[in-house]
Design a protein around this ligand. Structure first.
Ligand code: GLC
Length: 549
């Protein structure tokens, strides 16, 4: 019998620590140069020991890989290079036994043009499957709808020479959008969900949700009819399963993303896209303003819902949810080399973005683990992996995990030429310099530090479930906030500057409390009614548990 999913209430995702990884580039067990489920299963202890409680897998389905698997050719099987369905089941059981859950990708907006559904749909105008996609005689319908992959696509319509009509696609032209007006499409997507839920997955990261329905005269994003589709899927989920999670990828402003939680009848979680670039902006500007503004502008969400927050993922550091001036600033400061820019964003990993500066990497991770929401870590960032901006598309941030200083960084025994992606091998970020094995041995490595950070986060529920209120000291280089839940309070103080800073905090409401620094357990002077003075080194931050009398 399959092991039971790990303990936790139905809203387990609120306390979860997520880890996003690509099976393809994590660990190759059979030496064919492609990572696989057996390899990943062998690394589950590593992921558990880091403190992770839920894995998010990039698409693992058969695909022509023209969008690294987000172009799905068959929803209900495993890409043969990654192993068999039995391998997947064994992996899932092994994760569950270790107390970790697993969510997978649900790419519902579009399929690959190599999917059987599309092959049938494009075979003739009369085929019963025709209406599963969005067709038009002209390419001027829905004018003004923005193009997402600006570096590759010129239009959201592509010509089909066989049936002599255009089909609609919000992403690459080889990814035709499904037609969600058609109830059969909704039913089929539900069947796909059901299939994987019955296999035992704990939920889905649902790809590109704002674009399901098209309407003339609109941006074709966030339409009420799109929300109806999502509510339908959630209703079905609630009718048949418990303790599963739906997580929305909706790269939109907080006011718009708010609707994807609905009245607790749509998504359990959604990524907070606009927060991410503002964390980087605040750091570069040495000013808390952009970060505080976006958090304060974020509307409250239903009790059982949760934000997902992140520093980096498998895509470019998207700059869609910033103003033009902010975008120019971000490009200038974080991607002076034009090769690092792609679409509307920057294709770099965390460590190179922060110039390998350990203090800044720690500070940003400290924010990730203490701001409201559940944190999502991106594989390899826990050891400070680098990237390869010359690899094309977003592949430069998807290179093999660096396990040790040996052959192919321990990822695979294949000839290096055969690897699914080349390993990073430069002097600064190469596998000889940056790898799990050596960091495991060093007490103060980024890996071991990250493990301690996660432990500290898990030591108090204020981080996952508490409220946030910002203190606004005169020194704007210092970011300070209180996280509170019932009688428990944690004070977070961060120096965003490259120089030492002093700050006076108005903590009169906390007068009498004793701040205990959470990493070293040192007791700081008791808070009184006059301003509380702290000094912080460059990029230094503190987490204090406030102990009441
Ligand atoms: C999402 C994915 C991205 C993919 C796109 C199209 O934005 O994160 O990697 O290219 O959807 O499926």
């Amino acid at each position: 019998m399959a092991p039971l999913p790990p303990p936790g209430g139905p809203d387990w995702y609120k306390d979860a620590i997520f880890y996003q990884l690509h099976v393809k580039t994590f660990c190759d067990s059979d030496g064919d140069g492609i990572g696989d489920f057996r390899g990943l299963t062998g690394k589950l202890d590593y992921i558990r020991d880091l403190g992770v409680t839920c894995l998010w897998l990039l698409p693992m389905y058969p695909s022509p890989f023209r969008d690294d698997g987000y172009d799905i050719a068959d929803y209900c099987s495993i890409h043969p290079g990654y192993g068999s369905m039995d391998d997947f089941r064994a992996f899932l059981d092994a994760a569950h036994v270790r107390g970790m859950r697993v969510i997978t990708e649900l790419v519902l907006n579009h399929t690959s043009d190599q999917h059987q559904w599309f092959k049938e749909a494009r075979s003739s105008r009369d085929h019963p499957r025709r209406d599963w996609y969005v067709w038009s005689d002209s390419d001027d319908r829905y004018p003004g709808v923005r193009i997402i992959f600006t570096d590759t696509e010129r239009s959201n319509w592509a010509w089909d020479p066989v049936t002599k009509q255009y089909y609609w696609h919000r992403f690459f032209s080889h990814q035709p959008d499904l037609n969600f007006e058609n109830p059969a499409v909704r039913e089929e997507i539900w069947n796909v969900m059901k299939f994987w839920l019955d296999v035992g997955v704990d939920g889905f990261r649902v790809d590109a949700v704002p674009y399901l329905i098209e309407r003339e005269g609109t941006s074709c994003e966030n339409l009420p009819e799109t929300h109806d589709v999502l509510k339908f899927l959630r209703r079905r989920l609630d009718e048949h399963y418990t303790s599963k999670v739906l997580l929305a990828e909706a790269n939109q402003w907080p006011e718009d993303v708010r609707h994807y939680f609905g009245d607790n009848d749509e998504f359990h979680m959604a990524f907070h896209f606009p927060l991410m670039p503002r964390m980087f902006m605040a750091l570069r500007l040495e000013d808390r303003k952009p970060l505080v503004e976006i958090v304060e502008r974020t509307p409250p969400i239903p009790d059982s819902c949760q934000w997902g927050i992140f520093l980096r993922n498998h895509d470019e550091l998207t700059l869609e949810m910033v103003t033009e001036v902010e975008r120019d600033y971000m490009y200038e400061e974080y991607a002076r080399d034009p090769v690092a820019r792609i679409n509307v964003g920057i294709r770099r990993r965390l460590a190179p973005l922060l110039e390998g500066d350990r203090r800044r990497i720690e500070l940003m991770n400290g924010l990730l683990m203490s701001l409201p929401g559940s944190p999502f870590m991106y594989y390899g960032d826990e050891i400070g992996m680098g990237d390869n901006i010359y690899l094309g598309d977003r592949n430069g941030v998807r290179t093999p995990m660096q396990w040790n200083g040996g052959w192919n960084g321990g990822f695979s025994s294949a000839d290096p030429e055969r690897l699914a992606q080349p390993v990073i091998s430069n002097a600064l970020y190469g596998y000889q310099a940056v790898n799990v094995e050596s960091q495991r041995r060093a007490d103060h490595s980024l890996l071991n530090w990250t493990r301690r950070l996660i432990q500290a986060r898990k030591s108090s529920p204020v981080f996952s479930r508490g409220s946030i209120s910002f203190l606004k000291p005169v020194n704007h280089r210092v970011l300070a906030y209180l996280r509170a839940l019932d009688r428990e309070q944690v004070l977070v103080v961060c120096n965003l500057a490259s120089t030492a800073q002093a700050v006076q905090l108005d903590l009169s409401e906390q007068a009498g409390a004793l701040p205990i620094e959470m990493f070293g357990k040192s007791v700081f002077p008791r808070i009184g009614t006059s301003p509380y003075v702290l000094t912080l080194g460059p990029y230094e931050f503190f987490w204090f548990k406030l102990r009441r009398l």
